[in-house]
Design a protein. Sequence first.
Length: 708
Amino acid sequence: MAVTADPVNERNVWVATPTGGLYESPDGGFNWAKVDAMPEFACYDIKFCPVPEHRNIIIATCLEDTRRLNAGGIWLSKDGGNTWKQPSTAKVRDSKKSVRRYGAYGISFMPFSQTVVVGTDSGVAISHDLGDTWQYVNPPGDNLPNKFYSVLALRGGELVCSGENAIWTSDITGTIWKADKAGLSYRKQVKNGLASAEVIPGNSGFHVLFFTGDEDHKLVYSKDDGLTWQNINVDFTGFHAINPDDTWRQPGLFVVKPDDADWLKWDLYFFDHAVVGKETITWNQTKKDFDFPLIPWTQLPFNHADPSDLAFSTDGANRLLYATNDGGVEASADNGSTWKQVGNTNNRFNALQVYDVKCIRPERGASVDPGIYFGTQDNSIYGSSDNGLTWPYIYYSEGGNLQGQLLKPGEEQPYALTLLAAASSPKSFERCNLQLASCAPVKYPFAGNVTGRNAIYAAGSSNYIALGVDVSNTSRLYTSVDNTLNWTSADPVVSFSHTVNLYGMVAGQTNPSVLTAYSNNFSTRPGASRDWGMLRIDNAFSSATASKLPQVVPLPGNCKLGTYGAEYRSDIASFGVDPTNPDFMILPDIGNRMVWISAGPGFWTPRQDIVDLITDNGKFEFSLAGFSPRNLFELSSAQVSCISFDPLNPNCIAIGTAEAGIILSTDHGATWKKIDGSERVPNITSFSFGNGVLYVSTWGAGIWEITI
């Protein structure tokens, strides 16, 4: 999400990720290390103090977290990132002096001063002592905290900030405010929406302001302190890899001098439609305006699209050094002409967003290691045959929903995988061998309508189930008894009117049942209000259609299912079902803030002991009330994110959480304990059980293994 370079040593580079925390590299991105001294995972922006004598001061901002006492917001390091603290005055408090839930966004250091400003969803935070103490200011009028995402602290004492309502300018004390006359705004959390060019240098120089981020992705500039704005013509039609429908992509811009000695020429970088364009503009002193050339913009040739931030040198030449995007971190040695990816799994930048992990156990008594497979967003699908020491098997650009046969005890053996290619916008389901070398599309009954709400599930030896939504928005279930080569033809096995936009669960090995969560109010907007329910379909492979009608699962009163927020998957319900017994279910209920265990239809036992472990006796919230900005960053606002049973030993059950660690039972749910130190593993998306080892996939922190 953000990148910053040491003003003295440009090879000392740091990045912030919104799902995996902070990472640092001492050698220009060749090697990386997770910054464990930062306790927060949802990091948004990070900046070194640009003054060389204060280079050890680093400020980071974080989204709200799931702790009872929210620790999201502004964090400060005064020793180069070795230790971090949250200044007491940086915490937002209400009229009763209680700490409010809030998050912080863009950071700006004022040149030649000790002033730094931060945009938050509780107003603008200002520090005049390089982050030691803070005060919050808001424009007058509604008497409510404003949401500001992009901020600029300009030389001469001017403050510019943009948020949901307008672009505001103020003196640095935050006492005199002016709003732009056009009411420019952007309702997404964009931290690079503002930039400035000081075309007449001096302590109170004349600044031209630039802004992007309105709903139409326009690029505009202002010569009157943001009161009025003019459009800048931007023509990216000649660029490759542009999708005109990608208006949701985060916009952004930077304006830098290619040479500190020349105050007339500026390089303008504009993020739009998943790419970055560059154009050199010149200040015309005669007409007191910029000359914008008619020549086409130059596209920066990143290896991956969807940019989020750029970092420049501070040696006077303002060379472009680093870029971040949702493929990782990239570096340039020639001022942006060419790029190479420097953030990946080979050099310990383990910040991958992983959909799921699958362990394939060898036959009993075999001397070979288990195979491990995982699928990511934007960073391919990987396989390892040596327990994760090397990853030679690579397939496709992204994917997940890895499936294998659900085997009975004593039948453990290697088997081929079925995977969902391009999980965020599925194009096909593939069946692959263990080397991911021989992959072929699966004949799928929802052909032509494969969406993120459709999936394939293993249901026993050679048996699979396809659950999804057809063109009429009706949920349907199909079955295959020959390893997905063929599906039941003509009429579907069963159809129902509820919108099933979640993962299903398969239970029972001789006569599988299907359990799935549904929502009456489907919405693609994360965090939207829904009415949840569950359906059970027994006798899925029976020849009698009437025996497999869907039955509503009776839930406790006021029950609402918790969900986790991986990209395009914010509606995955976090329930668990014993793969050998469909009557045994575990349900995290955010409506009642309770975990229930069922031993039969409608018979639910509340388990406060599990709730106490999940919340660490109240240290963490079971779920956040109402809408949380976390949802917009693919983060869960419910604590429970995953529940899994070991298919070969259902007595072993793991519960994963957003930030509170892993809860484990080895006696079929009778007793539970927290795995010590597991809070290091955030945003858990799946578990896979090996022989005495639990493999864990995370949304933003890669793959982990824990001996159990």
